[in-house]
Design a protein around this ligand. Structure first.
Ligand code: SF4
Ligand code: FES
Length: 267
């Protein structure tokens, strides 16, 4: 079948003004959006910019908005999206599916870069601010003792406490989908909190105190209002909102044990 791909272009050829360009590509139902993007760069327009590496849902580099929803281009099949009404989201609101019919005689798919990160070129975004927040939560084990001579034994139950959070591939889909970041760009964001949860919930880690200032402040963990948009778009199906709430609980417990109140900007 033929599909129209409406791609938001932004680079020197458009004078850095965002504009949609439409490309018609013949695809199989089982082709992925990434296959069509690669076809365009090889056969139609070599100036189209997008990132990809593994092409198998592992590296997280090809997250983008496809029909208004954050997805990995390498994991999105045309058969799943050709008849789909696109998604839209007003600033600060949850995403809703429209009843808009976009078609010029063939299925039309809109492809846009992630939100909340500056566009470098076309579908490529500058990721530095995303990774700065990731680094700020100290995403590594902080022990409270010298390394033991033997491995640190951990039970299956202890491992299960943070298993979900280990699945993150840093694709930034959740960061784009988060409605809080629409209005509060300094919010730490879901992905960094998932990383914090991965270590705070690890029995070998004793680093909550070292991370507390980054998490427990009005731009830290507290702005999350449980919109669940991050959880809905995560390609690894991580229960992000649940992890955020569990980490909030850990922070409250930490403060209570010290007779302190949380620094959420309210209290
Ligand atoms: S939590 Fe999910 S959506 Fe967010 S960066 Fe990790 S893998 Fe991507
Ligand atoms: S290219 Fe690696 S996740 Fe899609």
């Amino acid at each position: 079948m033929n599909v129209s791909l409406e791609i938001l272009r932004q680079n020197e050829t458009t004078g850095n003004k965002p504009e949609y360009r439409t490309y018609t590509v013949e695809v199989e139902e089982t082709d992925r959006v990434l296959d069509a993007l690669m076809y365009i760069t090889r056969n139609i327009d070599g100036s189209l910019g997008f990132r990809r590496s593994c092409a198998h849902g592992v590296c997280g580099s090809d997250a983008m908005r496809i029909n208004g929803r954050e997805r990995l281009a390498c994991k999105t099949l045309f058969r799943d999206i050709v008849d789909e009404p696109p998604w839209t989201r007003e600033p600060g609101e949850k995403a809703t599916q429209t009843d808009e019919k976009r078609s010029n005689g063939q299925p039309t798919i809109r492809i846009e870069p992630l939100m909340h990160l500056p566009v470098q070129r076309d579908l490529m975004v500058e990721q530095e601010s995303f990774f700065a927040k990731f680094r700020s939560v100290k995403p590594y084990i902080i022990p409270d003792e010298e390394p033991a001579e033997r491995e640190h034994i951990q039970s299956q139950e202890e491992r299960a406490l943070f298993d979900d959070a280990t699945k993150c591939i840093n694709c930034a889909a959740c960061y784009s989908a988060c409605p809080i970041l629409d209005e509060k760009p300094d919010f730490l964001g879901p992905a960094a909190i998932v990383q914090a949860a991965r270590f705070v919930r690890d029995s070998r880690d004793k680093g909550l105190e070292a991370r507390i200032d980054e998490l427990d402040n009005p731009n830290g963990i507290w702005p999350c209002e449980n919109h669940f948009e991050c959880t809905r778009v995560c390609p690894r199906e991580i229960k992000i909102t649940k992890l955020i709430n569990l980490t909030k609980r850990e922070i409250k417990k930490f403060r209570e044990e010290r007779g302190e109140t949380v620094h959420d900007g309210q209290s």
